[in-house]
Design a protein around this ligand. Structure first.
Ligand code: ZN
Length: 504
């Protein structure tokens, strides 16, 4: 979730840069100072709160304080995003950055200005980890005891440096590196293709769009090769467990480049899969997962990642983003042109009303994206859970008894539930804690329990997912058709005069 927020920082910058305002009253140094100081105030206040919470933990009353603090931390991160948005659209932060950058800010080149523009927000983002550290550390110290009781290996809580480094790699670089690659690819296309041909993006929006699509497709495909270094991984050594996982992949015809050990200094128990094509596809298992879970549990976690590949979730996510993009260009612009706050004219000026329309659209689009993305993501996670439970069920059977139309049985559900529960323990996540993109661990465990009681329920879930995929395909066709139609209406036909020509 927080990675999505990080992405929004860049989207805000790009959205603002789209229509560079011409009213660049440059900021005075004092105004810049006040604007940036707000980030500092936020980080400082959260740090104080965090230290207070850490003292409460040592006194033994955790959960309520911690819940509040976690929620406040989430809203602080939202606050960083909102502050940048307000700075850009309301206060003139963007104009200031472009001014400071001089000619570099006005070029068709995007990367340098974008980086400078979002830099304070990124620094505040990292500052919030520093704020969070005391509370996290105290919590980890507390959970050492329960780890000992559960017979799990015990690792001392990470130092501040290791904590910051792990978060920097996992959260920030994981998002920022692909975005910067994308921006750089855009700049390269501008300089190497469009400028020599003397074409501006405005003249040939479809050519520009097509080139960008090709560039982002290329980066999407090769990103795992770079992210495997960003995330600090190494090939997983050969072992009976590794061979069993390889066998599992062979059986499901899943091809990949390598299975990787993900080194987090025991900060995090997690697994992931990345890459749409086998040549650049990696499955990652973190050090904490490998050292604190049983082989059967690790295999179940691995099967969950395999489920994401088998059901092609990466491609469906890509489709989701495309649908959203087309929906913004097509139906979104239609809404914008029909949404006027003229009735506000009695109270505010036209400029303010226009700004309000933009704000409502921005918030509306953002909320729609987060809600629908959360929904789709939770469905995909559930489908991967179901796949894992089915697979573990099948593992226990003789090959000839494996049903092609398998379902979640009690055995498979139990193994995957135990793996989920262990993930919660090693990461200090309460099982009831809600997660936007995954759903709570408790709800995931309950769901499998429910499915395992009747095979029909698994198949009903399969039908639900088929309908979701069908809806996404229809959504793509619909939004694309809208964009194409709206575009053809805007092309002036022979004999018509556009407003511009008329006034000339
Ligand atoms: Zn997953």
């Amino acid at each position: 979730m927080s990675r999505v927020l990080l992405l929004i920082l860049f989207i805000l910058w790009m959205a603002w840069k789209q229509d560079i305002p011409l009213n660049a009253d440059s900021w005075r140094p004092a105004e810049v100072g006040v604007y940036l100081a707000w980030y500092g105030v936020l980080v400082g206040a959260m740090r104080l709160w965090s230290r207070w919470v850490s003292r409460q933990i040592h006194r033994g009353n955790i959960s309520r304080h911690l819940r509040r603090f976690t929620r406040a931390m989430f809203f602080s991160r939202v606050g960083v995003v909102v502050w940048l948005g307000w700075g850009l659209f309301g206060l003139g932060w963007g104009d200031f950055v472009l001014d400071v950058m001089g000619p570099a800010g006005r070029w068709s080149i995007q990367t340098p200005a974008a980086l400078v523009g979002v830099l304070p927000a990124l620094l505040a983002w990292a500052g919030l980890w520093w704020s969070q550290y005391p509370a996290d550390r105290a919590l980890r110290e507390q959970s050492l005891l329960s780890a000992l009781e559960n017979g799990l290996p015990v690792y001392s809580p990470p130092g501040l440096r290791s904590y910051l480094k792990a978060n920097l790699r996992l959260q920030m670089l994981f998002t920022v590196v692909p975005v910067v690659m994308l921006l750089a690819a855009h700049d390269l296309l501008m300089v190497a293709v469009l400028e020599p041909l003397r074409i501006t993006p405005q003249e040939r929006p479809w050519l520009n769009f097509g080139l960008l699509l090709v560039a982002s497709g290329g980066i999407f495909v090769i990103a795992p090769e770079i992210l495997r270094w960003v995330l600090h991984t190494q090939p997983l050594a050969d072992s009976p467990l590794r061979r069993r996982m390889e066998e599992l992949c062979r059986r499901h015809k899943m091809r990949y480049r390598d299975i990787l050990l993900w080194r987090t200094d025991h900060n995090m128990g997690n697994a992931a899969v990345m890459g749409v094509i086998p040549r650049f596809r990696y499955v990652l298992l973190s050090d904490l997962v490998l050292q604190t879970m049983t082989d059967e549990q690790i295999e179940a976690v691995f099967a969950h990642e395999l489920g994401h590949v088998v059901h092609r979730h990466m491609l469906w996510y890509l489709l989701f983003v495309l649908i959203f993009m087309f929906a913004l260009i097509g139906p979104g612009q239609w809404v914008e042109s029909h949404l006027s706050f003229q009735w506000l004219g009695h109270w505010v000026s036209r400029d303010v009303a226009q700004k309000l329309v933009e704000l409502v659209l921005l918030v509306g689009a953002g909320a729609t994206f987060l809600l629908s993305f959360g929904y789709v993501s939770r469905r995909f996670e559930r489908q991967a859970d179901v796949f894992a439970a089915r697979t573990m069920q099948g593992e226990a059977m003789a090959p000839m008894d494996r049903d092609s139309r398998s379902h979640v049985g009690a055995h498979g559900a139990r193994i995957f539930q135990s793996a989920l529960h262990r993930v919660a323990v090693i990461n200090n996540i309460p099982v009831a804690a809600r997660s936007w993109c995954h759903g709570s661990i408790a709800s995931r465990m309950d769901y499998l329990e429910n499915l395992s009681q009747n095979p029909q329920r698994t198949w009903a879930f399969d039908r639900l997912m088929s309908r979701l995929y069908l809806a996404m395909i229809l959504g793509l066709i619909f939004s694309l058709a809208w964009v194409v139609k709206a575009d053809s209406l805007q092309q002036p036909g022979p004999g018509t005069t556009t407003g511009q020509e008329y006034s000339w």
